[in-house]
Ligand binder design. Structure first.
Ligand SMILES: O=C(CO)[C@@H](O)[C@H](O)COP(=O)(O)O
Length: 198
């Protein structure tokens, strides 16, 4: 655990093309890595050409490269390239993408990310019906890492955990809180206690 409470960083990389917003790329990620040595870094690649950034992100010290299934026609090859570059593989699904589309790639992935908002912006409303995808995944893959992202906070965390998500991305609920550390702890505690109750 780092001093600021972060031992896992989920970094949103947006290219202004796959999503209508731009954030940052591998040079910024590399700077962050130089400052934060110990954290596990996941880059959520909301980009049109995920194959283009594998090597630069590996060089920047990224641990997990999560790309969108909608952005490539060759998921398996991409997964292999990411692993060959020394990173773990995450596959992300936009809200309108069917869960069955990822099934044949689960063996070559380390984590599936179910978007619970349209990717591109923080502060959107949690899409509760995405929990059907999480439940489906958990039912079929009991040990899979399943991440949810978008509108997740104290009022929606229980639903995510009960559906089977074990990895949570939360933005506004933490950055907008008067006590962010308390919110992080409470989100973690909720997920931990639901997992223990299964
Ligand atoms: O990737 C995205 C949006 O594209 C998310 O990571 C959100 O940025 C999370 O923010 P909140 O919905 O929690 O505010």
């Amino acid at each position: 655990m780092l001093e600021n409470g972060a031992d896992y960083l989920h970094l949103d990389v947006m290219d202004g093309h796959f999503v209508p917003n731009i954030t940052f790329g591998h040079p910024v990620v590399k700077c962050l890595r130089n400052k934060i040595k110990d954290a596990f870094m996941e880059t959520h690649m909301m980009v049109s050409k995920p194959e283009q950034w594998i090597e630069p992100m590996a060089d920047a010290g990224v641990n997990q490269y999560t790309f969108h299934i909608e952005a490539t026609s060759n998921v398996t090859e991409l997964c292999h390239k990411i692993r060959e570059a020394g990173m773990q593989v995450g596959i992300a699904l936009k809200p309108n993408t069917d869960i069955e589309s990822v099934e044949k790639f689960i063996d070559v992935a380390d984590m599936i990310l179910i978007m619970t908002v349209e990717p591109g912006f923080g502060g959107q409303k949690f899409m509760s019906h995405m929990m059907e995808k999480v439940k489906w995944l958990r039912r079929h893959y009991p040990t899979l890492d399943i991440e949810v992202d978008g509108g997740v906070g104290p009022s929606t965390i229980q639903e995510c955990a009960m559906a089977g998500a074990n990895m949570i991305v939360s933005g506004t609920a933490i950055t907008g809180a008067s006590n962010p550390k308390e919110v992080i702890s409470s989100l973690r505690d909720t997920v931990d206690s639901v997992i223990k109750s299964f």
